[in-house]
Design a protein around this ligand. Sequence first.
Ligand code: G6P
Length: 612
Amino acid sequence: MCGIVAYLGNRQAYPILMNGLYRLEYRGYDSAGIALLDGGLKIYKKPGRVLDLENFISDKDHSGTIGIAHTRWATHGEPNEINAHPHASPSGLMAIIHNGIIENYASLREVLVQRGYEFHSDTDTEVVIHLIEDIKTNEKVSLEEAVRIALNQVIGAYAIVVISQKSPDKLIAARKGSPLVIGINNDEFFVASDATPIVEYTKEVVYLGDEEIAVLERGKELRIRTIKNVEKTPYVETLELNLEQLEKGGYEHFMLKEIFEQPRSIEDSMRGRLHELSGTVSLGGIIEYEQRLVSAQRIIIVACGTSWHAGLVGEYLFEDIARIPVEVEYASEFRYRSPVLCERDIIIAISQSGETADTLAAIELAKSKGALILGICNVVGSSIPRNTHAGSYTHAGPEIGVASTKAFTAQVTILALMAMMIANKKGTLTRTRYQHLIYEMSHLPEKVAKTLLLNDKIKGIAEKFYTASNFLYLGRGYNFPVALEGALKLKEISYIHAEGYPAAEMKHGPIALIDKDMPVVIIATNKELYEKVVSNIQEVKARKGVIIAIVNEGDTTIAKLADYVIEVPETEEPLNPVIATIPLQLLAYHIALLRNCDVDKPRNLAKSVTVE
Ligand code: G6P
């Protein structure tokens, strides 16, 4: 959460920083600010979106070739101008931007207050810049040394960049827990929470490690030290990202673009991994651990949000196809329990961003207990892939809409590939079923493309229901996690209350809610439990509920019972979630649009949750 960006070079910093803020806005968008150095230090801040900041600054002096900027997702203090970053030091000669949470900020603040310092904001960040200036003044050390000494007193997570009027050719950046990337282009340095603000200027990047401090100085090479004062050689990597991937490409919203990208993103997830002709699956990133997976006694999946829903589909896949027991854990719960882990357990951490704080902490906990940890992540070079033993990237491309869409289907695709790889080695499926699943997987992209043709029909259904106050989503078996994901999409972007339930569980409570005003979305593409789902539909109809059913093409039974029917291409049951999720993404999108909601940046949410 919170996006940070900084620049030092020969060009004007303002347009680069502003552009960077727009790119990072998905990380938080309740207020924004910028500090520029051009002789004096100028700080501009505004509550609201980056656009509000840009409008505010347009007629102000924004010159300078060095600067820092921030887009906020509030943790400490409401999103107003005072709490927005950058925060200035007591003398006003230094400023800081910060992403993360300083856990001991209250005690640090108390000490500083006793020394006579005043605080203007409610933030934890202001404490850090006060501390840095206090150390700098009293110990008479360099800026980087003052930052280093200060960070040794700080407990918590941070990605910070510090600027000082007294060192006008220098930026100091540091991180622990929250991500930070440095871009290098001849005499220019860029710093950002991820590579998206950097990619159009340079492909050469250094990912800063935990407890590392970088000194970016005009005319000098990048220098890195740890907070324990150990020098590090910067490891320069080449970005694979390109600019078109970060733009809307003619779509009204990133979310819609990302929904429509799914045939390609699913294909990219399978590319070089699924071999239809030989009927094999190879996942290069985890090849070393193939045998461990095959003999796993149990798989524990840890994740948050939509990635947790993908994990639930994984539970069905691994148990059904590979015959390995699975537990799916919210990372935030797992990390604070004392989980019992055995030697043959394998942890799979799923995350689009690769930066989710709870998932990272769950990984650390499992690691400390000696477990093997595999990752399924989308963002290349992010923290989770760096902290797992091995893993598979989803290769879905950048996902910018805050509500996750193509990352989910790519995660499910990777989980299906893993399960198939194990099944092939273990012989848990009959040859015919195995081959048919391989065939169906390789035809998934075209079936997803066909499903997307339902967009207009779904828009029509959205027009009928966008004023509803509640929705119920039901599914059984593989379609139960799809129901949860459908409900989450709707509440995230349209603010309509929605619940997902296993269809049979409905009679143990939610049935009490059903009346003529309750739309019920039933995912009914099951073959195994078809009759049972039909009974669940009848139970809803008997109570005058309105049914929107997702069925396989040619289904006539449910068509007679349901009020609205969305027919999707048929596939093998384990692959249903990939196809059945798509109409639900579209339904949420159109309903949100009709309610005038900000689809790409829903209120109170952020895409990358780097705080607990
Ligand atoms: C946030 C996002 C969700 C996402 C979740 C987990 O809540 O808004 O879309 O599913 O974090 O994020 P991750 O990057 O770990 O998949």
